[in-house]
Each structure stands twice: as C-alpha cells, then as structure tokens.
Design a protein around this ligand. Structure first.
Ligand SMILES: Cc1ncc(COP(=O)(O)O)c(C=O)c1O
Length: 404
C-alpha cells in the first residue's frame, strides 16, 4: 500500500481549493516586538507581525521573561511528571490561586493549553453529569466542539449570540436534564462579543450551568483583566470560566476557574488533566507574573485600544472593508481563499507585513479574511505603513469596497 500517495491525494485537494496552510517561519525578537526575523526565502529579513495573539506584547515583558528564566534556573526545565505523580509544584499552586483570584472564584485548575482545558472540561462534564444536555453556540471553538462530541452527551446547537433561540431550546430540554450552556465572550474570527447578561439571565431562568470561554478576553477586558465577565460584573453568575495563558498573557497553558467542588470534580475525572505532564514550573511562574502585572496595570490595554481605534479609522478613511465589532480584532474580508493567500504573500514579501490568511476550516468558505490584531507596541507609523500597503493592493486587485 502506498500510504504517501493517499496522503498526497488529500493534500492536493487542499491545495486546489487554496486551503493548504503554509506557515511563516519567524524568530520573535524580545525587546523589538512586533518586529520579527523572517526565515522565509522570499520575505525581507525583518517583518512586522500584525496577527499575533500575544495581544499586549506580554511575551516580551521584562518581568515575565525574568520569572521564566529565574524559575528555570532555580527549578530546572520540565515538571517531571503529571500533577499526580511528582509534577505538582509550588508554582502550579501559586498560579491556580492567582487565577482563582482573577475570576473571584474559589478555585482554578491548570491544563497544558486552552484547547485541552475546553476539551477535557466539557467532555468530563458531559460524560459524568446525569442526563447532561450541552447547549452550544453555533460558532463555538473547535476545542469546545470536540470536547462536547467526546462526552457523547446530547448536544443542542443554538443560533450564534441569540438568547431568544437559547431560551426556546432550553425550554425544549427534558425536565430531568442537567443543562450546560457553552459559549464564548469574544469570538476570535469575527471579533464580536456575546450578549453575556442576556445569556446568563436565560440560563438562570432554566436552571442551567454556564460554561464561558474567555480565551480572547482574559488580560484584555475588565479592570483587572478578568475578561468580559469581569467588565460586566457577571463573574459570580457564571459557573465555569475557561481561559488561556497563551494569548494576552503571552505564555502558554489553559485553565478553568469555578467552585472548589467543580474544580475538584474535573481534577479527579478529566483524562486530559490526569494523564499528561504538568506545565513546566517556569511557565507557571511567567504566567503568574503576567497575570499579576495586568491585574494592576491598565496601560497596555489603554494603549492597545487606542491603536485599534486608529487602525479602524484609517481603514474607514481609505475605504478598506472590515468587520465592525466592539473588540480588539479587525477582520478585513477578502472572501476568496486564493486571493486571501496572494494578498498575504504580497504583504509579506513586498512590504514586510506579516498577516496570516485565515481560510477554511478556521472560517466558513467564502468568508476568508485577513485578521489584524493591533497591539500597544505597534507605532502610529506602523499603522500608516500598513494601511498604505493595503490601499495600494486594494487598487491593484480591484476588490469590492464593501462588506456583504
Ligand atoms: C475560543 C478559543 N478557545 C480556546 C482556544 C485554545 O486556546 P490555546 O491556544 O491556549 O490552546 C482558542 C485558540 O485559539 C480559541 O480561539
């Protein structure tokens, strides 16, 4: 059997559709972010990154780097085991306490990534709770969808950000069901923010548990970076808050926060928590430093909001179509996978601007886009250079100047 021929056939189909993924090979430069060295033959040696989820540049913050290096020197590199078998360090306990405090919850539980935390928590809740029904927003992230699927619980999809549809679907659940409403605060591809107060209202009316993914909001929203739930004062009314340490906090890892009983339950039954090596203590120390910093400092968020507003205003002035939303994410719609790739290639190779094309299956076919995430470290000159490059390309490609 020629296995490689089977693989190649599938990959050819991806290429034909324009959906084959090509990674940019970068070397981030601590102290110079958003600049990075490019190792791609066709690109300039130095590029400006415009699509990072290190939204606030915390991955190069001096205190965060120092915490990681100092802890690695003091404790070594890896944790050396699962949390149960020798890998449970003081740094993990400190970080979980920091996270519980961030969300004003009794407890928190760490995972190796945000993906794993969603997968493990939802699959455990769905599998172990009696007669569980998980009501999932139709635009939920792949990690939630996979967790729900793995749980084998009954699943009901409700229309995106539509509390009335959720209300109808909750009302139709069997009376004995344990109902879990799973949703996100900031949806990362369109950048829209959910109507959280209405969703919580509806869930409470039906006695449902709320499972909130704040991956794109932690560090970013709320006076202490506790996410949209903190900004709206809803933390107490959400059963479980899930987040990442890999985006605004600039490190890596995922977590859930909730009641002590809930975290103990997931700790005790989730295979994605139990059977894997714990995060390195140095990673835990760096993440805790980043969280502690963003609890106290609003400067990064403030400057970032300013740069986001400036980029939006300049795109509007030049007639470059982008989705309007209330978040920090600026999607510029291209709506064609091949053009999206071509524009990204020209930006990278001719202008030293790195923005990854976002194609299917990350977004539905026909909604391909460039997703810009301006940060506090992008200068006004960076923004002007970017919009002038886009404007040149827009004229060259004669793309429609309207968002459908
Ligand atoms: C909504 C959402 N949840 C979870 C994750 C996974 O988080 P992590 O990157 O930490 O695995 C992502 C990743 O992009 C995401 O967009």
């Amino acid at each position: 059997m020629d296995f490689d021929a089977l693989f190649a056939k599938e990959l050819d189909a991806l290429r034909r559709d324009g959906n084959y993924r090509i990674f940019a090979e970068l070397e981030r430069e601590a102290g110079a972010f958003p600049r990075a060295t490019s190792h791609d033959a066709d690109a300039p040696d130095q590029v400006t990154v415009w699509c990072s989820n290190d939204y606030l540049g915390m991955g190069q913050h001096a205190d965060v780097i120092a915490a990681m290096c100092d802890t690695a020197r003091a404790c070594g590199t890896g944790a050396g085991g699962t949390r149960n078998i020798s890998g449970n360090t003081h740094q993990h306990a400190l970080l979980e306490a920091e996270l519980a405090d961030l969300h004003r919850k009794d407890a928190a539980l760490l995972f190796t990534s945000g993906y794993v935390s969603n997968w493990a928590a939802l699959s455990t809740l769905g599998a172990k709770l009696p007669d569980a029904v998980i009501l999932s927003d139709e635009k939920n992230h792949a990690s939630m969808i996979e967790g729900i699927r793995h749980s084998k619980a009954d699943k009901v999809i409700w229309r995106h950000n539509d509390p009335e549809d959720l209300d109808r679907k909750l009302a139709a659940c069997p009376s004995n069901a344990t109902k879990i409403v799973a949703f996100e605060s900031v949806y990362s591809m369109d950048g829209d923010i959910c109507p959280m107060d209405e969703i919580v209202e509806v869930a409470e009316k039906h006695g449902a548990m709320t499972y909130l993914d704040e991956v794109h909001a932690v560090g970013m929203y709320g006076p202490r970076g506790g996410g949209v739930s903190e900004r709206l004062g809803l933390q107490d009314r959400i059963t479980l808050i899930e987040g990442t340490l890999g985006k605004a906090y600039g490190v890596v890892g995922g977590y859930i926060a909730g009641s002590a009983a809930l975290c103990d339950f997931i700790r005790s039954f989730a295979s994605g928590f139990i059977f894997t090596t714990a995060l390195p203590p140095a990673v835990a120390a760096a993440a805790r430093t980043s969280i502690a910093h963003l609890k106290e400092s609003d400067a990064e968020r403030h400057r970032q909001r300013g740069q986001v507003a400036k980029l939006r205003a300049r795109l509007d002035a030049l007639g470059i179509p982008h989705l309007h939303n209330d978040s920090h994410i600026i999607p510029v719609m291209i709506k064609d996978p091949v053009k999206c790739r071509q524009i990204a290639d020209i930006l990278m190779n001719d202008f030293g601007i790195y923005v990854q094309p976002i194609n299917y299956p990350t977004v539905p076919k026909g909604t391909e886009r460039l997703r810009f995430t301006p940060g506090p470290l992008h200068s006004d000159e960076d923004i002007e250079y970017l919009v002038q490059a886009l404007s040149t390309l827009w004229k060259r490609c004669a793309l429609a100047h309207a968002v459908a």
